[in-house]
Design a protein around this ligand. Structure first.
Ligand code: SF4
Ligand code: SF4
Length: 277
């Protein structure tokens, strides 16, 4: 089994378009599992028109208070580093659950044993099939902030079902934050998807820096390529000892298919698939 990550420092570069297209291309010859790890905003199922079925609810542990025991010492509010507890000494603490990351510091700190554990639902894991590939995605509930629990639950599900596949493709979130790092872990190669703009150039630098630090081999994919506009990305690629591995053109046909949920078919996608095979 080979794990490949499709990533990019910037949102809106067409990372999901590339991930779904390569998954479908590889799926013609191999058993492929596409993992949508952008849990804040999963959209691969929409691009592929795959109907998802929920397979798991994701919970996060959170503290709960027994105010009969609470002496209003204020220590839990002092301890919480993410300001999830409000309550100075002499006042009953008020808990703001959206910020809580379940670290447990308040439970350990409370001298009156007034805090114990409860849990809340923060996300869901879905599965589906379509275009000859298996599909799995995680989704963080609206108004929840701690996405890492959903990414971890997604990775646990992938571990359970991944053995039967030749290729597992992780479509990561955009950026270089913890969820992206978690989704990149275990990949033998990453595709850094970018676009020919100054923002694309800047964010490509960031993602290349991260991939180098993680020791993950990578190739650069330039999306929405137009003749003469590639210089910017070529320059930053060369300064990192790389060349653009594949260029997906900016075309009306691709955009039309994109809006209809038809995966991109183009020689540039075939080239990337061959590269990672
Ligand atoms: S640390 Fe415990 S006793 Fe002190 S305010 Fe918090 S809940 Fe109450
Ligand atoms: S579990 Fe951690 S983050 Fe949550 S309220 Fe307690 S100290 Fe704050």
């Amino acid at each position: 089994m080979k794990q490949i990550a499709i990533t990019g420092g910037k949102g809106g570069t067409g990372k999901s378009t590339v991930a779904t297209a390569i998954a479908v291309e590889l799926g013609k010859r191999h058993k492929v599992l596409l993992v949508d790890a952008d849990v804040d905003c999963p959209n691969d199922h929409l691009l592929l028109g795959i109907e998802r079925t929920k397979v798991r609810t994701v919970y996060q542990r959170i503290p709960t208070w027994d105010f009969e025991k609470c002496t209003k010492c204020g220590k839990c509010a002092e301890t919480c580093k993410v300001n999830s507890i409000f309550g100075p000494k002499g006042k009953q603490p008020i808990f703001l659950p959206q910020q809580c990351n379940g670290c447990g510091a308040c439970v350990i700190t409370c001298p009156a044993n007034a805090i114990s554990w409860s849990e809340k639902e923060i996300g869901e894991i879905f599965r589906g099939n379509g275009h000859g590939i298996g599909f799995i995605s995680g989704e963080l509930k609206v108004n929840e902030a701690v996405s890492e629990f959903v990414v971890n639950a997604l990775k646990e599900e992938v571990k359970k079902i991944g053995k039967g596949y030749d290729f597992i493709l992780f479509d990561t979130a955009a950026g270089t934050h913890c969820d992206v790092i978690s989704a990149l872990e275990g990949s033998s190669i990453a595709l850094a998807v970018t676009e020919p703009t100054p923002l694309g150039e800047h964010d490509l630098e960031l993602i290349m820096k991260l991939l180098k630090r993680l020791g993950i081999k990578f190739e650069i994919v330039l999306n929405r390529f137009e003749e003469g506009m590639e210089k910017l990305i070529e320059k930053v690629a060369e300064s990192n000892g790389k060349k653009i591995a594949s260029k997906i053109p900016y075309s009306k046909k691709i955009m039309e298919n994109y809006s209809k949920g038809i995966p991109v078919k183009h020689e540039s996608i075939e080239k990337i698939a061959e590269l990672v095979e």
